[in-house]
Design a protein around this ligand. Structure first.
Ligand code: G3P
Length: 224
């Protein structure tokens, strides 16, 4: 399972990369706005800085919502770095844009997926990734993990190479559930990745090991 970090914050991206488990980054217009990034040149420079911080797979989302603007923006974004994956929303013109860009060898992540039918369309159009938003489904009392499982199953039936990128992950249990149902990728906030580390028995066990080691050292010192 690949781990992507869902943020445009460079410090978090670099810290996750430094941990050695990061496979990519996803951003969206809200995450870019949260970092105060705006204007074409600043946006491009920020994506370049993200690409320089990781090994591959940096999702950069288009803002346009018609076919012509999406393909134009997609081509500009793809030229920033070959690590860029162009993020296109699941709308009618978006499907056409996915087909156009993927035919030209540009990787696409189709975003705002909430049904298996949308995921099927995106795969047919040639998306490299689809992003079902599990947290936002859970927010409205729908079953986010069930959708991930359904898409994984459908893609397996037909041998689609499109990867299921579970998005809108809010906590560590979401991440574990995605792994259980076979999501190819999970994109999570920094705190969710770091949350996987924690267990009080790990901390207690380590403290005891170190205490016992220290006692043995002291005993050896006294005896010697
Ligand atoms: O990048 C898309 C997605 O992960 C958004 O998450 O928490 O805003 O629903 P959230």
């Amino acid at each position: 399972m690949k781990f992507f970090i869902d943020t445009a914050n460079l410090q978090e991206i670099r810290e996750a990369q430094d941990l050695g488990v990061l496979d990519g980054v996803t951003t969206n217009p809200s995450l870019m706005a949260k970092e105060g990034i705006s204007g074409d040149e600043q946006v491009k420079a920020h994506y370049k800085a993200i690409c320089d911080s990781v090994d591959n797979n940096v999702s950069a989302e288009v803002i346009g919502t018609n076919y012509e603007s999406m393909i134009e923006e997609g081509e500009i974004l793809a030229q920033i770095d070959n690590k860029i994956v162009v993020k296109i929303p699941m709308i009618k013109d978006g499907v056409k844009a996915i087909k156009y860009l993927s035919n030209r060898g540009i990787r696409v992540n189709c975003t705002l997926i909430f049904t298996a039918g949308q995921a099927l369309l995106a795969a047919k159009a040639g998306a490299s990734y689809v992003s079902p938003f599990m947290g936002r489904l859970d927010d409205i009392a729908s079953d986010g993990v069930a959708l991930i499982q359904q898409i994984v199953h459908i893609y397996e039936n037909y041998g689609f190479t499109t990867e299921v990128l579970a998005a809108s992950i809010r906590h560590t249990m979401h991440l574990i559930q995605c792994a259980e149902v076979g999501a190819d990728v999970a994109t999570c906030p920094y705190k969710v990745i770091m949350g996987l580390l924690n267990h009080p028995l790990t901390d207690k066990g380590l403290a005891k090991f170190l205490e016992d080691h220290q006692k043995a050292q002291q005993a050896a010192h006294v005896a010697g």
